[in-house]
Design a protein around this ligand. Structure first.
Ligand code: SF4
Length: 364
């Protein structure tokens, strides 16, 4: 049994006789960008019909694939997708020159490539230059080409980053020289600023874009979960909803909250109110928190913050992580960046009667 047959046998043991199944899921990785998120593809009657993330996996988005990942099916069914080898029949090259591609068989394609490689090897194997642009599954491709086939053939003349100005020809080399690493991930933990030129938070994470986005989404989800619970604790403490404050002299304003809080029993209203409440808090990733503090500072000129890291029944370990992350990544910027120094509120900052409040007041 050769190595391929052994591998097939191993998979047969794990997944069963797939060819005989009508409906099954194939586990794989998405190769539509560097994120390499884990995916599973549903195959129905031999045809892929759905793609989804794998929450149990620790690769990429860990269960939350992006919109592009879902469109993998469109790529598969693209009527223009080339499914067979073609040969150029027009030797003339140039702009607007039709290459006149002609369909050939796989045997013809392999024979042609073999003939050319054999001839070049006879002359001087080093005359063969191979190029590979790294990308998803690049590790696997380079294992086959760089480390096995071409050394055996007799050449190591290659461009590992692709003969272009893409990341492989620049960023990886700089990354290797500076911090001996291939990936381009901003050193979030030990820097005060990340300067992005033409990139955004997700893509700035290099091949970890989906992981960065997932971390941001999880931070917001946690905010929603615990802040939503905080509603209950606020009402339990102040008893806004029973209306008793309406009759207490000096507390009439709080009395007006009765109707709003009474509506919290309605799940839809509660969700809306929670969304609004979260939107006026400082929550999210360290970068998002800084953006929100910056906006608060712009609007009010506030020069100090009192922060709360544990609320809504948040477990102690989670609040400790919050606090440490804030101390590590947010506080140094607030303390050193002159943009956060004392300032007067901007003239356009005064809240107006149009300022949306959702009719909600909640002491934080
Ligand atoms: S981020 Fe999207 S396109 Fe990139 S690997 Fe993940 S699912 Fe695929």
């Amino acid at each position: 049994m050769n190595i391929v047959e052994k591998d097939r046998e191993r998979y047969r043991k794990i997944f069963g006789e797939r060819d005989k199944q009508k409906d099954y899921w194939v586990y794989s990785i998405c190769s539509l960008c560097y994120g390499e998120c884990s995916i599973r593809v549903r195959v129905l009657d031999g045809k892929p019909v759905a793609i989804e993330g794998v929450p149990e996996s620790d690769r990429g988005a860990q269960g939350r694939i992006c919109a592009k990942g879902v469109t993998g099916l469109m790529d598969f069914y693209n009527p223009n997708r080339i499914l067979y080898p073609v040969r150029r029949t027009n030797p003339k090259k140039g702009l607007r020159e039709d290459p006149k591609w002609e369909r050939i068989t796989w045997e013809e394609a392999l024979d042609t490539i073999t003939e050319k490689l054999v001839a070049a090897r006879k002359k001087d194997p080093r005359s063969t230059f191979f190029a590979m642009t790294p990308g998803p599954t690049g590790g696997m491709r380079s294992n086959v080409t760089f480390t096995r086939f071409f050394p055996a053939y007799g050449t190591m003349s290659h461009a590992s980053g692709g003969p272009s100005v893409m990341c492989g020809a620049s960023a990886h080399h700089i990354g290797a020289l500076h911090y001996a690493a291939w990936d381009i991930v901003p050193d979030y933990r030990y820097c005060n600023y990340v300067l992005r030129c033409g990139g955004n938070e997700g893509w700035g994470g290099g091949r970890n874009s989906s992981a960065s986005v997932r971390l941001a989404a999880e931070a917001r989800e946690r905010g929603l979960k615990y802040l939503s619970r905080k509603w209950d604790s606020i009402d339990r403490h102040y008893h806004f909803s029973d209306g008793h404050l309406a009759g207490v002299k000096g507390y009439e304003f709080y009395g007006k909250m009765t109707k709003t809080y009474a509506k919290m029993k309605d799940e839809g209203f509660r969700q809306k109110a929670t969304d609004f409440y979260v939107s006026i808090q400082i929550v999210g990733t360290p970068d998002e928190c800084l953006q929100q503090v910056r906006e608060l500072h712009r609007l009010t000129g506030v020069d100090h913050l009192i922060t709360e890291f544990a609320f809504g029944g948040m477990p102690h370990e989670e609040s400790e992580v919050n606090m440490r992350l804030f101390a590590d990544r947010v506080m140094p910027v607030l303390q050193r960046d002159p943009a956060f120094a004392s300032a007067r509120p901007s003239p356009d900052a005064r809240p107006t009667s149009d300022t949306p409040t959702g009719g909600v007041f909640a002491p934080a």
